[in-house]
Design a protein around this ligand. Structure first.
Ligand code: SF4
Length: 664
């Protein structure tokens, strides 16, 4: 029980298993599995969150039948030899006081997976095209459906034998069991298609098989989208009917709700909704299911703060709250909230960059604000220094702030100097883009970390050679950022504005605007949207395949939809090279042909950035150990800046002082 969060810290008992609080880490792909099994990295990842106080961890979906396509980095639970690996994970989580449930999943037609670089054989209820990964699956024979049902029982048995407290069968997100439920993609005419009863049969029989396998001592739950929110997906009413039926029959002990479908780009945005989506937005839909069933209902969907979770629980919309990304960002969130230290929580900002962004790129998940996530073994506890150094850090952007926190945690005396009036660097500009104010939370979180590390920021203080000679530090860390690439255009005439100038409020564009977007990220899209809303006529010309090419898919697709709705013309594959009295000239990036965009008042350049090496050159002969991090090493994103601030700083300062061995 906690004074601030009385509902959040009230235990919940499901089938005799008492869960210590109402915070849940939902099943999410981590890319940390080893040969399809939990290994040390996955154990360290979940153990860290269990130690931080989470009530329940649902581990990521495991393939339980050979027809489900997967890779070595996905979990599989298709043979008994895997059981000891899962048992190690279960024990590690339970030792920290958390409960652990395991997911069973079959993706059916919704798969991007390759087998040895080739596309695998995709099986589904019927041969109906899938709209996101562009699969046209092969219809499962009835014998295969029966095999999958039996395999679900076997998978559940293996989880129970591994000591898991519960098993969760996935029928969410348009996955296989949802495909059977959906008449738009299940066109079968056998006992698994046609009537509601037939389409429910695979899910119902799989739950019966799982229950038979695990008995009454292991919790059995269902993950389902309360609404697939897709033109060819399941609607809320039909899902409610399924949940009521399964609850009434006693086939499920809880229902874990989300929304969306992985089967089409628009609906897939809900799988990991970005910051543009309101916190806790699924709760109202979960509440409808909760009113209709007699088992606990869990919910996820941008529940990023304990205050949001408490409100959901207090309103009676759900019995537990999935706070998955909040726990990736800050594994200690539950303990901090429970012990009155909510102001110390590093809140997830919904950027999608390093969690789902890494996963989609085929890398282990992490967090832009918490580089330790997914790297618990390599980056676990900060090393302590044998002797404290005086460290001067130039620049209080994300890299400099993280470096200052890191150096202070190692025991060094830190001076953090910022030339500007505020800390935050480029993040201050990024938060100016439409619906991106939450990006500024990254700065707030780092300022909080600095406060707890007792590092003040000297604002309006430019680090110079003279300052260094006055302060006489032992080491200098340069985090002075970057500046837009000074592109030289052929021709002349016309108003040319750098995007950073516009974001900083130092430029005013004319009525007709052309945005030349080399970066293909959030900046070009955001400026196009902002200026359109202000009444400008905007054309967005991108030097890539599409607007937002370099963004995480859910974020990209959300904004491509909004650009379309706003009627903004997007011209792909075009790189600016010149202008001539109201006409901008681009080069088609593949054909090399000229692309003419005529009739504009202002041309806005969205460029890459070049490192600011001014100070680096100025102090090159001072003779002090110096490290350049973040954008002033090479301009990338906030993720790399914060990673540098942690990892490079540890390595740099560690090399200057011998670390103290534990126990000395
Ligand atoms: Fe949240 Fe962004 Fe971290 Fe993902 S990378 S957990 S969205 S802050």
């Amino acid at each position: 029980m906690s004074a601030s969060f009385p509902h959040l810290f009230t235990p919940l008992t499901i089938m005799g298993h008492e869960i210590r609080n109402r915070i849940l880490s939902t099943g999410h792909q981590t890319w940390l599995a080893e040969d399809g099994r939990p290994g040390d990295a996955l154990i360290a990842y979940h153990e860290t969150r269990a130690r931080g106080g989470v009530g329940l961890i649902v581990t990521e979906s495991a393939r339980f039948h050979a027809s489900g396509i997967g890779e070595a980095k996905d979990l599989a639970l298709t043979d008994d030899a895997a059981i000891p690996y899962y048992a190690r994970l279960a024990l590690a989580v339970q030792r920290q006081g958390a409960k652990i449930f395991g997911q069973l999943s079959h993706s059916g037609r919704v798969t991007r997976r390759m087998m040895n670089g080739m596309r695998g054989v995709v099986w589904a209820p019927s041969s109906v095209p899938e709209n996101r990964f562009h699969t046209l699956p092969r219809e499962m024979p009835a014998e295969m459906v029966a095999e999958i049902i039996a395999a679900a029982g076997e998978g559940a048995r293996r989880y129970a034998e591994a000591g898991y407290d519960g098993v969760e069968l996935m029928a969410s997100h348009g996955l296989l069991f949802a495909q059977f439920l959906n008449p738009a993609v299940n066109r079968r005419e056998d006992i698994y298609g046609g009537s509601d009863e037939n389409r429910l049969r695979p899910l119902r029989e799989a739950l019966i098989a799982a229950r038979r396998a695990v008995g009454k001592s292991t919790v059995l739950g269902l993950r389902i989208s309360a609404d697939e929110d897709s033109e060819c997906g399941l609607d809320a009413a039909s899902i409610l009917a399924v949940c009521q039926r399964l609850s009434d029959e006693g086939l499920v002990d809880y229902i874990n709700t989300t929304i969306g479908s992985m089967a089409d780009p628009g609906a897939s945005i809900h799988v990991v909704p970005p910051m543009e989506v309101a916190p806790g937005y699924v709760a109202a839909k979960a509440a409808v299911i909760r009113r209709g069933v007699s088992v606990p209902v869990l919910v996820a969907g941008r529940i990023n703060q304990p205050q949001v979770a408490e409100a959901v629980l207090m309103a009676g919309q759900a019995d537990m709250c999935g706070m998955t990304r909040a726990l990736i960002t800050d594994p200690d969130l539950p303990r901090k909230a429970q012990t009155g230290r909510s102001d110390e929580i590093r809140a997830c900002i919904g950027c999608n960059q390093a969690c789902i962004g890494h996963f989609h790129a085929g890398n282990p998940i992490s967090c832009i604000q918490n580089p330790v996530a997914g790297r618990e073994i390599q980056l676990g506890a900060p090393p302590a220094a044998a002797r404290g150094l005086k460290v001067l850090i130039a620049g209080a952007g994300p890299a400099g702030m993280k470096a200052a926190v890191t150096a202070a945690q190692m025991g060094h005396h830190v001076i953090l100097a910022e030339a500007g009036a505020q800390p935050g660097g480029q993040a201050l500009l990024a938060q100016q883009l439409p619906e991106r104010a939450e990006f500024g939370g990254l700065v707030t979180n780092l300022v909080t970390e600095l406060r707890h590390a007792q590092v003040p920021i000297r604002l309006n203080t430019r680090v110079t050679r003279a300052l260094i000679e006055t302060e006489r530090p032992d080491a200098v860390i340069l985090a002075t950022g970057s500046a837009p690439y000074p592109r030289v255009l052929e021709g002349e005439g016309g108003d040319v504005i750098q995007a950073t100038e516009l974001l900083a409020g130092r430029a005013k564009p004319g009525a007709r605007v052309v945005i030349a977007d080399w970066r293909c990220d959030q900046i070009g899209i955001g400026l196009a949207m902002r200026l359109t809303r202000l009444g400008h006529h905007v054309r967005l010309v991108v030097a890539g395949v599409c607007a937002g090419q370099n963004l995480q898919q859910y974020l990209r697709d959300l904004w491509i939809g909004r650009l379309h709705e706003a009627g903004i013309e997007v011209i792909p594959f075009a790189r600016i090279y010149g202008l001539d009295r109201g006409t901008a000239w681009f080069l088609h990036t593949t054909s090399g042909a000229a692309v003419e965009v005529a009739g504009f008042d202002s041309l806005i350049l969205v460029e890459g950035h070049v490192p600011d090496q001014t100070l680096e050159r100025e102090i090159a002969t001072v003779g002090l150990p110096t490290l350049s991090i973040g954008d002033c090493m090479i301009a990338r994103s906030a993720e790399e800046a914060i990673y540098d601030g942690l990892v490079q700083t540890r390595q740099f300062l560690g090399a200057l002082t011998a670390p103290v061995a534990a126990g000395e």
